[in-house]
Design a protein around this ligand. Structure first.
Ligand code: S3P
Length: 164
């Protein structure tokens, strides 16, 4: 099975790149955050509010397992790498592309976004989360693509070329 998994921090463009990439490759597109909400009938902020991050991670891993045999472009949530067993699931069913965005650009893109519980905290904590995750994104990725100051269609062309 050859899925294309897009990983990267919140606001790195995984969903917008994923949609266009899927069209270009004529694959279906799965937004894992949306699957989690549909499977559970609740919004992500509600899942966090009711069961905390641990229950969100459990639903996330279940949604990933359900998506792994779909032959799709899959935009994952920024915290997919927080669950180590997700690595083997992705590694065994496709290619992992890390969309890297600098922290300053992420701040500009997300501003005061209210729909991401782990962004909805103070600047020091946001930055610490970014720094903590960075090495794991790089370690899990087969390919890293820089998205700073680049248009979505340009990124899509680059990803399509590197996975050929
Ligand atoms: C999260 C990122 C979000 C979503 C949830 C947790 C994270 O997805 O899965 O709020 O831990 O970084 P996006 O990366 O699409 O914002």
């Amino acid at each position: 099975m050859q899925n294309i998994y897009l990983i990267g921090f919140m606001g790195s463009g995984k969903s917008s790149v994923g949609k266009q990439l899927a069209e270009r490759l004529q694959k279906s597109f799965i937004d894992l955050d949306q699957s989690i909400e549909e499977r559970n009938g609740k919004s992500i902020p509600d899942i966090f509010a009711e069961g905390g991050e641990a229950s969100f991670r459990k639903y996330e891993a279940e949604a990933l397992s359900a998506a792994k045999s779909k032959d799709a472009v899959i935009a994952t949530g920024g915290g997919i790498i927080e669950t180590p067993t997700n690595h083997a699931v992705m590694e065994s069913s496709g290619k992992i592309i890390y969309l890297h965005t600098d922290f300053d650009s992420i701040i500009e893109r997300l501003q005061e976004d209210q729909n991401r519980p782990l962004w909805n905290q103070d600047h020091t904590k946001r930055r610490a989360l970014f720094e903590k995750r960075l090495p794991t994104y790089k370690e899990w990725a087969h390919v890293t693509v820089n998205t700073n100051d680049r248009a979505v269609d340009e990124i899509v062309v680059q990803v399509a070329n590197v996975i050929k």
